[in-house]
Design a protein around this ligand. Structure first.
Ligand SMILES: Nc1ncnc2c1ncn2[C@@H]1O[C@H](COP(=O)(O)OP(=O)(O)O)[C@@H](O)[C@H]1O
Ligand SMILES: [Mg+2]
Length: 402
């Protein structure tokens, strides 16, 4: 069965550098724009939802420097930020949305102004709405106690009706791989889900060895196309710790040489991290969405084609979002303009939209690849789409529009 796209639409208000955005996502989205344009901030809004639900809202905000850093700083002094994610549930295909706004309190601290979760279906559907810690309405006959400083979906996940939404959001994975940490000896862990900078990569590879050798084979095959010298990788115990061991060709040697992660290049480690993030799903655990920062960093431009193929292949099973400012990664005439969202900063404010029609045409007619357009500084968001976003400023808690 082909899984539906999990997150179909993202609306953000006053999230870091993003004043307002309202964009649709497909199975694979390249967020493209210059350094500092706001690509990471967009991905971070989704990451915050994951963090706030799997841990606590307080922690998620604190990890980001507190509400004052998360809320957009601008001359208008916005007092609150908002996130609305429209989704489609893999289990039932039901559409729905989850939205909340969070405001600063006068004396410090914050409160959840409104939080609403709606799962559309037969009849009235399933929903709850909470305003400032007070339950306004719910489809359920009982509802757990709620407070204004937490997201109620955490408590509501105890109810079967809301569990699938909670599970889907907490199964999103976000990655900004760090070869330095991937190289260090790692404490053996469960390894079901790759952690954000790859700090448990050895456990994840070990987990795949045991549970999903076919997935590991896939990772190894792509790794070899990205880094042709590398023939394989496995988890290796070192005393009470663990690391990765790579098999690599050596000129004149009869058998491949074995290298520990410590001696592998940044590019190879990062590529392995990206591939593990993309293909880690197995019958035990599957991410609903994988977001990857600058997946091409430290990779040879010639490896871009293999990376693109891996991204496309992975997106058949898991929704994928990647940020990129690399023309090399986008140098492919087959890359559809629909897969791209252009990100720009206008006077410090991030604007995000599909490409303008002229660029789309040039790509459709195969005159230019997205990479060439990026090199020419021609990858701009569609002004008409931006104006439409600005004009609509749709209600964060309103029904899903067709
Ligand atoms: N709370 C905030 N209000 C306004 N701007 C912010 C806020 N937090 C971060 N920024 C701005 O966001 C920009 C960085 O965005 P980022 O998403 O990291 O860019 P990219 O990933 O595209 O390189 C910086 O210019 C920074 O000043
Ligand atoms: Mg970034």
């Amino acid at each position: 069965m082909i899984k539906p796209i999990f997150i179909t639409k993202v609306m953000l208000r006053n999230y870091k550098s993003i004043g307002y955005c309202d964009v649709s996502l497909g199975k694979l989205t390249y967020l493209v724009g210059a350094n500092g344009s706001g690509k990471s901030n967009f991905l971070d809004a989704l990451h915050l939802v994951r963090d706030a639900l799997s841990g606590s809202l307080d922690n998620a905000l604190n990890e980001r420097g507190g509400l004052s850093e998360v809320r957009r700083r601008s001359s208008g002094h916005p007092t609150h930020f908002g996130i609305r994610l429209e989704f489609s549930l893999a289990t039932t295909g039901q559409p729905g949305y989850y939205a909340f706004t969070i405001a600063a309190l006068a004396g410090g601290g914050y409160e959840v102004l409104t939080e609403k979760c709606v799962i559309q279906g037969a009849g009235k559907g399933t929903f709850f709405q909470i305003d400032r810690g007070r339950l306004q309405g719910s489809s359920e006959t009982v509802f757990p106690a709620v407070t204004a400083d937490r997201l109620a979906l955490v408590a509501a996940s105890g109810l079967t009706a809301f569990r699938p939404v909670f599970d889907a959001f907490t199964h999103m994975g976000f990655y900004n791989l760090n070869p330095k940490l991937m190289r260090e000896l790692q404490k053996p862990q469960e390894g079901r889900l790759l952690k954000p900078v790859g700090e448990n990569i050895a456990s994840v590879i070990g987990h795949l060895e045991r549970l999903a050798p076919d997935r590991l084979t896939l990772v190894q095959q792509y790794l070899q196309t990205v880094a042709p010298m590398v023939h394989g990788v496995e988890r290796k115990q070192v005393g009470p710790m663990e690391t990765l061991e790579f098999r690599q060709d050596m000129v004149g040697a009869k058998h491949p040489w074995r290298f520990l992660a410590q001696n592998m290049s940044d590019g190879t480690l990062r590529a392995l991290g990206v591939l593990a993030a993309l293909f880690q799903g197995n019958r035990d655990y599957s991410p609903t969405l994988v977001g990857i920062e600058e997946s091409e960093t430290a990779l040879h431009p010639a490896a871009s084609a293999a990376l693109r193929e891996a991204l496309t292949r992975a997106s058949e099973e898991t929704q994928v979002i990647v940020t990129s400012h690399s023309p090399d990664l986008l140098d492919d005439l087959n890359l559809s303009a629909d897969a791209l969202l252009a990100v720009v900063s206008e006077g410090g404010e991030t604007r995000i939209a599909p490409l303008d029609p002229a660029s789309c045409d040039a790509m459709r007619q195969r005159l230019f690849s997205a990479g060439e357009l990026l090199r020419l500084n021609q990858l701009a968001p569609d002004p008409a789409a931006l104006a439409a976003q600005q004009q609509r400023q749709a209600d964060f808690f309103g029904e899903i529009e067709g």
